[in-house]
Design a protein around this ligand. Structure first.
Ligand SMILES: Cc1cc2nc3c(=O)[nH]c(=O)nc-3n(C[C@H](O)[C@H](O)[C@H](O)COP(=O)(O)O)c2cc1C
Length: 245
């Protein structure tokens, strides 16, 4: 089953793209929105412009689509609407015809792009899609996924065990002022002599924590059942320790 995720934002650090990346579904993120030319009925002929043909093929090949839309001036961003106009044609054989779609959205304001979501559902239904009649609104998005404003993550080890390449480190992890015990597992490489006369040790470590144990517990219900964000978060670190000559 292929579920395509389409973000209506072109922005590199888009909250809507981040939202799609955090939906607990196997989503294939579609990243061609910026390449779609402005809709011109004179250009809507066979063969279609290459970027449009690729988008139509991706949409036609998906079993379902999740759209995440920002809200621009109380509506859908122009480039997303433009793409949907291309996907609504040719009439009768459009890529969106009978396609199951759901709409979610994030905004920096309080309301989570609810007006844009409502407009997008209307546009998608008009284009022939089968639209889930529900919304997921993530308001104050800048505080939901914002690692930069909460950069403090502290780990202190209490016990290290090594068996050959494998290493297990017990310790405590502090996130947003909350400290919990964790166990890191991984591999160790070296020590190896480097060309500068020093020694290097490589460490690759991983652990999975339950974010709710650190008080990071925002979530919302998905229309289809389940929750928007998973509670388990995988943390990984790649370290290189250098002993200088
Ligand atoms: C041109 C423009 C218009 C906007 N209009 C609205 C609006 O009507 N309602 C709202 O909640 N946010 C509005 N915003 C703020 C967006 O919600 C915010 O920039 C959001 O982060 C955009 O989504 P993204 O992070 O996925 O790019 C607007 C932003 C821009 C750039």
């Amino acid at each position: 089953m292929t579920i395509l995720g389409i973000s209506g934002s072109l922005r590199h650090d888009s909250h809507n793209t981040t939202l799609l990346r955090n939906v607990p579904l196997e989503l294939e993120l579609w990243e061609g929105l910026k390449e779609i030319p402005p809709y011109d009925e004179d250009d809507d002929v066979e063969p279609a412009p290459p970027a449009v043909a690729r988008m139509r093929a991706s949409v036609a090949g998906a079993d379902a689509i999740v759209f995440a839309t920002p809200e621009y001036n109380a509506s859908v961003p122009g480039q997303l609407k433009n793409a949907i106009d291309w996907l609504s044609r040719p009439r009768g054989g459009a890529a969106l015809q009978n396609k199951p779609v759901a709409v979610i959205g994030a905004s920096t304001g309080a309301f989570g792009a609810v007006w844009a979501q409502a407009e997008l559902r209307k546009v998608l239904a008009t284009a022939g899609a089968r639209v889930v009649d529900a919304e997921v609104a993530v308001g104050h998005a800048a505080t939901r996924f914002d690692a930069e404003r909460h950069p403090v993550l502290r780990f202190e080890s209490t016990k290290i065990r090594r068996e050959g390449e494998n290493v297990t480190i017990d310790g405590t992890l502090t996130l947003k002022g909350v400290t919990q015990p964790v166990e890191l597992r991984g591999t160790v490489t070296g020590p190896l002599a480097d060309p500068y006369g020093g020694n290097r040790l490589g460490l690759e470590l991983e652990t999975t924590v339950d974010r709710t144990q650190f008080g990071i517990d925002w979530n919302a219900d998905l229309p289809s059942g389940g929750r928007v964000l998973a509670d388990d978060v995988k943390l990984s670190a790649q370290l290189e320790l250098v002993e200088q000559a």
